[in-house]
Design a protein around this ligand. Structure first.
Ligand code: IPM
Ligand code: MN
Length: 353
């Protein structure tokens, strides 16, 4: 048993974010009693409501404040009354970049065949992890307009890839594949046939690093083909490493084949700093306050948080409880169709730990 008290920053955020975070915290509390760890919760109100009230997203001082925590538990950022981009850039991306959370770790795991939209796929067929680069690429926001608003306008959006950024992401992926120890296969997902600068750097760095990891089988797939294999042969994958934009796109498809946004969780990881864990489904404003949103993604995110903090037993127990509740009790993983309310699903997972 550990004697450490973890300091957890809680950012419920917008829409259904606070509701699912509450269930994640409920399960965390039950896990802490069972596995003997302790933690403090500190709430922050970053999000659309605060922005509409004060015009503030998140400032540098607040980012520095977050650096004092052991982990951040995030619900969702996104508000129907705020112009798209402001909160995403001003809160979510600013936190990822500000805390140098350079990995976005997104497990894709099917817990029960009933939840998979693909024919004849079983849990053992869909069990892979996407390691998404989380600090560079098209997300860097580099580019410009030329002749804005004119007939001959040009909009340039640059994919920015540094050797350092690519290498630290690839190294993380190799180490992760080794530690995961499932099939020990790492697939680089890119577009070497068209994006000949960025993916040349990725491919060269990958080829160099793989000489250090001779125990890992390596593979390459173009991003378009990757989406095809997700549907046709998801069992081919163990760990996939890719850039920020491709990772964003393929993990939405990944979420669908594992049962939807109600179950998909992710971690924004800084291996040497503060990491942030979130359900990847967004704020789902139309379900806000209706007690119908699925909290399992947030509960799984809390599990990933405990794994990263070193509470592996608690993390495993949370995952096993989620599997049990999802496969033996729930009718569906979709909002409003679970057969239980948001709070009841949280209770069930807590009771089955
Ligand atoms: C995600 C989201 C974000 C992203 C948006 C909200 C900025 O889609 O976490 O995948 O593109 O990274
Ligand atoms: Mn996304």
């Amino acid at each position: 048993m550990s004697a450490k008290t973890y300091k957890i920053a809680v950012m419920g955020g917008d829409g259904t974010g606070p509701e699912v975070v509450a269930e994640g915290l409920k399960v965390l509390k039950a896990a802490s009693k069972k596995f003997g760890f302790s933690y403090t919760e500190t709430a922050f109100d970053f999000g659309g409501a605060r922005y509409l009230r004060t015009g503030k997203t998140i400032d540098d001082k607040e980012i520095d404040e977050l650096k004092k925590f052991d982990a951040i538990f995030l619900g969702a950022i996104g508000h129907p009354d705020v112009k798209p981009g402001i909160l995403e850039q001003g809160i979510l991306l600013k936190t990822r970049f500000g805390l140098d959370q350079y990995i976005n770790l997104r497990p894709v795991k099917l817990y029960d065949s009933r939840f998979c939209p693909l024919k004849d796929k079983k849990p053992e067929d869909i069990d892979f992890v996407v390691v998404r680069e989380n600090s560079e690429g098209l997300y860097k926001g580099m580019g410009e307009f030329q002749n804005k608003g004119k007939k001959d306008e040009v909009a340039i959006q640059i994919s920015y890839n540094t050797r350092k950024g690519v290498e630290r992401c690839l190294r993380y992926a190799f180490e992760f594949t080794r530690k995961r120890n499932r099939r020990k296969k790492l697939t680089l997902c890119g577009k070497t046939n068209v994006l000949t600068y960025a993916w040349d750097l990725w491919q060269r760095t990958f080829d160099e690093l793989k000489k250090e990891y001779t125990d890992i089988e390596t593979d390459y797939a173009h991003v378009d083909a990757t989406t095809m294999w997700f549907v046709k042969n998801p069992e081919w994958f163990d760990v996939i490493v890719t850039d920020n934009m491709f990772g964003d796109i393929i993990t939405d498809l990944g979420a669908m084949i594992q049962g939807g946004m109600g179950i998909a969780a992710g971690g924004n990881i800084n291996p040497d700093g503060v990491s942030m864990f979130e359900p990847i489904g967004g704020s789902a404003p139309k379900y806000t306050g209706k007690h119908v949103i699925n909290p399992l993604a947030a509960i799984c995110a809390a599990g990933m948080m405990m794994e990263t903090l070193g509470e592996s037993k608690a993390a495993k127990a949370i995952e096993n409880s989620v599997i049990k509740v999802a496969s033996t009790k729930m009718k569906s993983l979709a909002a409003g169709k679970m057969g239980y309310s948001t709070e009841e699903v949280g209770d069930l997972v807590a009771e089955n730990l």
